[in-house]
Design a protein around this ligand. Structure first.
Ligand code: NAI
Ligand code: MG
Length: 362
């Protein structure tokens, strides 16, 4: 087996705490992995004056995959935009060409009651939202502030952004989505707002064209407002969902909440060659940082996704997933998923339990 290099970027807030547990789990697998650490986000700003220092970027570029904790803290809110911790994520996405964001929303059997929806609506929920990450209104130019020359209030200050997608950008994310659907239940929902937006009309046309290469996948199109509604009404109707950057940002957070526990949800951001950045779906949770109570499972499950998608170790990924199921079945819970009758454990105890489940299953 060839040695695979992983850039480990713990970041801020609970980042270092949850990363320590994910690293323990990776080490318990006895795989030929080389782990290299670097600072990122607010931590990197403090030590080197930039949230994504050149050395960190280089490490990420040279690695086979990046395992990322989380960045950000309210104490950096006053910094100019380019120096804020969140810029590290945007910089990494751009430098590594990560355009496909995979956000699974899985409702674990033992946690069905943690959802804000009725248990019968979410029991067994397992959907995958694929969000395009590099285009859309978040990056479209021109953008800015100016004095309006027309519109309802000529002469008034206005802000403006530009929603844009090119055909090749839509094609590449559509291929990724159809291939993901082929590996699952061969159903794909493309979400847009084609009744109003030109960008969406192109999106819909291109996704329909790409479908011709995947005749075994059933495709349907849904408007984003309806998708938001269906996600809370009948989420199990979905299997794989593909959508643009902004709609995907919103829908993936909505889907995460259906499972009742952001501390459980991993994510992957991939380039065209399956190199990727893996991180929990949640942020740096400064409100609970340093208390040893954060749930490390989202990060541990992100490490599993990394093994599967980027490092060609699907078996090891499955061992992690089985171990996580096992600790939940044992009734072990961090505070965010605790309920009456279960055992409350710390971040470290949860990581230890996963390691134990892996080593005893050998
Ligand atoms: P958040 O996800 O950090 O926290 C939301 C709530 O969920 C908090 O009450 C937090 O305590 C809880 N929570 C999050 N992860 C948890 C875990 N593993 N275990 C237990 N509870 C958990 O989102 P928030 O509060 O909006 O943002 C906090 C900071 O994180 C901000 O600076 C924000 O910019 C940053 N952020 C960073 C992201 C990233 O690094 N990719 C993504 C989202 C936010
Ligand atoms: Mg978001």
């Amino acid at each position: 087996m060839t040695l695979k290099k992983i850039a480990v970027l713990p970041g801020d807030g609970i980042g270092p705490e949850i990363m320590a547990e994910a690293v323990k789990v990776l080490q318990a697998l006895d795989l030929p992995l080389q782990l290299d650490w670097a600072d990122v986000g607010g931590k990197a700003y403090e030590t080197s004056g930039h949230p994504l220092p050149p050395a960190t970027l280089k490490l990420a570029q040279e690695a086979d995959a990046v395992l990322f904790g989380a960045v950000g803290d309210w104490k950096y809110d006053k910094l100019e935009r380019a120096l804020r911790p969140e810029q590290a994520i945007l910089g990494l996405r751009k430098a590594l060409g990560l355009f496909a964001n995979f956000r699974p929303a899985i409702c674990y059997e033992q946690l069905t009651h943690a959802s804000s929806l009725k248990p019968e609506l979410v029991a067994g929920l397992d959907i995958l939202i694929i969000r395009e990450l590099t285009g859309d209104i978040y990056f479209g130019q021109p953008r800015g502030r100016r004095t309006a020359v027309d519109g309802h209030f000529p002469g008034a200050e206005e802000g403006f952004d530009t929603m844009r997608y090119s055909r090749p950008e839509i094609e590449r994310i559509a291929h990724v989505a159809f291939q993901a659907a082929q590996k699952r239940n061969k159903r794909l929902t493309s979400v847009d707002k084609a009744n109003v937006l030109e960008t969406s009309q192109l999106w819909k046309d291109v996704v329909s064209e790409v479908q011709k290469s995947y005749p075994d996948v059933q495709l349907d199109h849904m408007y984003v407002d309806n998708a938001a509604m269906q996600l809370v009404k009948a989420p199990k109707k979905f299997d794989v969902v593909v959508t643009g950057n902004m709609f995907g940002d919103i829908l993936s957070d909505e889907a995460a909440m259906l499972t009742g526990s952001i501390g459980m949800l991993p994510s992957a951001s991939l380039d065209a060659n399956n190199k990727g950045l893996y991180e929990p779906s949640h942020g740096s949770a400064p409100d609970i940082a340093g208390q040893g109570i954060a749930n490390p499972l989202a990060t541990i499950l992100s490490a599993a996704m990394m093994l599967k998608f980027s490092l060609n170790h699907a078996d090891a990924a499955a061992r992690i997933e089985t171990a996580v199921q096992s600790v939940l079945a044992q009734g072990l819970r961090t505070a965010d998923i605790w309920s009456e009758g279960t055992t409350k454990v710390s971040t470290r105890e949860m990581g230890d339990a996963v390691v134990k489940a892996i080593t005893t299953a050998k």
